[in-house]
Design a protein around this ligand. Structure first.
Ligand code: GLC
Ligand code: GLC
Length: 844
């Protein structure tokens, strides 16, 4: 064990132990894993449009088209031991020695020489050497295609020629991943394949209602194949020891039911020093209903389109070109925001990994990771709206589409389905509605979109309610109804009623669940007319101010508006009056003396108060109220932040509440179901740490903001990977809190609102490069000992080259734009067609 320190300038935290399993290659934008037995599988995502795969550092994981539950291509076994079994496996067999191994370590787990996994932007390269044979596979999904490519390069480093057998393939999932893992009485009889011209086609259920099939093939002439799993593995054997690989010969089996697979066997003779490449392709293809079969009255798949695609990508040159294309795509996405600060962890996360994770959360919401099964939740209304904060600058057109889809699941009341299914885009009835914070996130998502793009036309888009044709109103009215939703649901203190839950899905004040297995969120035993949320109150204040701004801005003729500015102003005033009223109510009924209360329960008692025995102080209201600007002028915000530091901050991040609930409280719900220190029961829920970070910037405390930011920054935690356990290149939802025996251990990496919020907090609030309606605002609140930093930001078609210099210890900004000094801290949008703007900000 070595002693390690954080590089961040203002960090006083020192880790007492540490160990790494790889390193960052920032030049290549890769994380390089150097030993395969990481504490947990460390994964990456392939694909960023419609075809997706999850891949671990040992090639575990699966693929799907659009919907991880309903269109699953390959099988994955959950909660297995080992954890990540089921994947894109290659076996290499030395035909003379009659020995075989997996170059990705799993599933045979041979002691490899020179193992390396490079997770990059939309691709992973897994390679190793064993007894002088090197095998390196580059996995990726070409842009615009519904397929994945595995480029396997084999090199013989021995002094003599080697006769090798390569087996590569997948196990198919029978499409609906939920049904696939439960309905065996049917599924063991329905599997069907076709094998034609050395391509294996998986066509289970194609004979009936499906219009899609999968295919697998390779660029080499196979010596044989298998499509029946049990023929390939042999009875009582697992993936670590397939009979066909052991024998060095495939069975050319055709699957009738049971478990269809696609494995190809390729024989290679490599001279000493020789390299050869094999390209494998796994693809997904849809055919129009009247074109499914060829000839039309047969049961044979029409393969016309698929064959052309296959022919294209089996050429290594075309595969290389597709890879180069993907690389450039990611360069262009990441180059929208690039920073050069004194802290390498900040640079690495902002420039590479945090932005990359924001793409994953945008695409997946909370559906498919190694912690989200892909068969559970769809896209969350609140989650997806928040994800936009970190994504909107990358592909605004997709953000626009997402906003309209989300709004279409809104209900006429202004409320929203909590989740919707990505394939059907319909609200999910199992979970339903009445999470009373949901509608406000739509206002925040739209505001972020408008500030980034200036595309005011989105507000006029006709959008239905509950997807009912004929119910359309302009999107703007959806926002009005979102705001009104809370005003229609105020409780005894004039605070918002909480409904099933607010942001904290586990604070279930109307549920009173007393039966094992009962859902905490959807079992509602109380009328819901008493329990109130101060969190929603804070959210309402922020959303109300955003709505007021949108209302005024949208009237401007330059924004395509009517020019009826007076009318707009008076509408906006109404919103602001409600916000003011809510702030007064918070001051009166939502303040505990030193911090913001969390809620009132169904008995009208306080939650998150000194008066409580446990759960006296919660992070959500301290963070969200201060970030929303509540209590900035009367000292409440500063006090709340001090209390947060005193009671909630740990060196691994800020815990959700204190003291943790030591027992189950029927009237509080799921929050008290977790053992102390985990998840919502006093875990470090990384999603809401950035709210406090932003709150600290709002009171001007850059040192504290950056200190909190660094505590949960995954790159800054790399050196304690043995404790942290999750990937050091992405955020996890949770780090175990101080009440947990495993304090500092992360869980549930990748799909978390933490990604977008931290990105937003560091780029827009600490570095202070903030989108606004008038232009790019430059308002850094950085540590005092930073001499400055540089950044480039592409914004509305213009590249801003920003240089920030510290001349004094404060946060006041003196701005120079293209050599001319400008009043205030907003760089006006150029009106003369300039595409490059030089910005200098001096902090005094
Ligand atoms: C999960 C949910 C999110 C919720 C949070 C806190 O991350 O996806 O919607 O806000 O937990 O309960
Ligand atoms: C559980 C989790 C919470 C998540 C919710 C989603 O309650 O603890 O984090 O938001 O499930 O339904």
């Amino acid at each position: 064990m070595q002693a390690h320190g954080l590089a961040g300038a203002s960090i006083s935290v020192r880790w007492e132990h540490g160990m790494k399993f790889g390193y960052f290659d920032d030049q290549k934008r890769e994380y390089v894993i150097t030993q395969p037995d990481t504490p947990l599988p460390w994964i990456n995502y392939l694909g960023c449009e419609a075809y997706f795969g999850i891949i671990s550092n040992t090639a575990g994981g699966y693929s799907f088209y659009r919907d991880a539950r309903l269109r699953r291509l390959t099988r994955y076994r959950y909660n297995n031991a080992p954890f990540d079994l089921g994947g894109r496996y290659i076996y290499v067999r030395d035909n003379d020695a009659k020995e075989f191994w997996s170059p990705s370590w799993q599933p045979t787990r041979h002691q490899l020489e020179k193992y390396e996994c490079r997770h990059g932007m939309g691709y992973s390269i897994i390679g190793s050497e064993y007894k002088g044979i090197e095998a390196r596979t580059r996995y990726f999904v070409p842009l615009g295609e519904n397929l994945e490519i595995w480029q396997v390069t084999l090199t013989n480093h021995r002094h003599h020629a080697s006769s090798l057998s390569i087996f590569g393939g997948v196990e198919f999932c029978l499409w609906d991943a939920q049904d696939d893992s439960t309905n065996f009485q049917r599924n063991f009889s329905i599997g069907q394949v076709e094998v034609e011209d050395d391509v294996i086609y998986h066509k289970t259920e194609y004979r009936e209602r499906r219009d899609h099939f999968a295919y697998f093939t390779s660029s080499a002439k196979p010596a044989g194949f298998d499509t029946q799993r049990d023929k390939f593995l042999g009875p009582y054997r697992g993936w670590d020891n397939p009979a066909a690989v052991e024998r060095g010969e495939s069975g050319n089996s055709i699957a009738y039911g049971w478990a269809p697979i696609a494995y190809q066997h390729i024989k290679l003779n490599l001279k000493a020093g020789e390299s050869q490449q094999i390209v494998f392709i796994l693809g997904y293809q849809e055919n129009a209903n009247d074109q499914k079969f060829d000839p039309p009255n047969s049961q044979t798949i029409n393969k016309k389109v698929a064959k052309a695609t296959i022919a294209k990508y089996l050429s290594p040159a075309n595969a290389d070109a597709a890879f180069e294309n993907l690389r450039q795509y990611w360069d262009s996405l990441l180059n929208i925001v690039q920073v050069d600060t004194p802290d390498e962890h900040t640079n690495r996360m902002v420039n590479i990994w945090n932005a990359y994770q924001c793409m994953a959360t945008f695409n997946m919401s909370r559906s498919a990771s190694f912690y989200e099964s892909g068969i559970g939740r769809g896209l969350g209304f609140r989650d997806s709206n928040q994800d936009l904060l970190g994504f909107v600058h990358m592909v605004p057109s997709r953000a626009r589409e997402r906003i309209l889809d989300l709004a279409a699941t809104q209900l006429p009341s202004g409320g929203a389905y909590h989740q919707y299914q990505p394939l059907t885009k319909r609200g999910n009835n199992d979970v339903g509605s009445n999470f009373n914070d949901d509608p406000h996130w739509l206002i925040l998502g739209v505001a972020a979109y408008l500030k980034e793009t200036g595309d005011w036309s989105i507000l006029g888009e006709p959008v239905p309610y509950d997807n009912q044709p004929g119910s359309e109103t302009p999107l703007y009215e959806h926002l009005q109804r979102s705001f009104q939703y809370t005003l229609d649901r105020l409780g005894p203190h004039g605070l918002p009623l909480i409904g099933r839950a607010d942001w904290n899905d586990c604070l279930n004040l109307n549920c009173f669940s007393d039966t094992p297995g009962q859902s905490f969120q959807t079992t509602t035993n109380k009328e819901g007319k008493v329990a109130e949320s101060i969190f929603i109150a804070g959210l309402f204040c922020l959303a109300g101010r955003e709505l007021a701004d949108i209302t005024v801005q949208k009237a401007c003729p330059t924004h395509g508006g009517t020019g009826k500015c007076a009318e707009a102003e008076s509408e906006a005033k109404k919103y602001l009056a409600e916000v003011k009223k809510m702030e007064d109510t918070i001051r009166k009924h939502g303040w505990d003396g030193e911090w913001f209360l969390r809620a009132y329960d169904d008995f009208g008692n306080k939650v998150g108060s000194k008066e409580c025995e446990e759960g006296k102080i919660f992070i959500e209201t301290q963070g969200f109220c201060t970030l929303a600007g509540v209590g900035l002028n009367d000292g409440m915000a500063a006090k709340a932040l001090q209390a947060t530091k005193k009671h909630l901050a740990t060196k691994h991040g800020i815990v959700l509440q204190q003291p943790a609930y030591s027992k189950y409280y029927l009237h509080l719900g799921e929050i008290s179901s977790y053992p102390p220190g985990y998840k919502e029961n006093a875990g470090i829920f990384c999603h809401n740490n950035p709210w406090v970070i932003i709150g600290e910037t709002r009171v001007g405390n850059g040192d504290q903001a950056f200190d909190y930011y660094s505590r949960i920054n995954p790159s800054a935690r790399e050196e304690i990977s043995d404790l942290h356990r999750c990937e050091p290149y992405v955020y996890a939802q949770m780090i175990a809190g101080k009440d947990a025996p495993t304090h500092g251990e992360a869980k549930n990496s990748w799909l978390t609102g933490t990604a977008a919020w931290n990105y937003f907090a560091i780029t827009q609030w600490i570095l202070g490069i903030r989108t606004s309606y008038e232009g790019l605002q430059i308002a850094p609140v950085v540590p005092k000992n930073w001499k400055g930093f540089k950044a480039t930001r592409k914004f509305r078609g213009v590249t801003y080259n920003i240089q920030v210099e510290r001349a004094g210890a404060g946060n006041a900004v003196a701005l120079t734009v293209d050599g001319k000094s400008v009043k205030g801290d907003v760089v006006p949008l150029p009106t003369d067609g300039r595409k490059q703007v030089a910005v200098k900000a001096v902090l005094t």
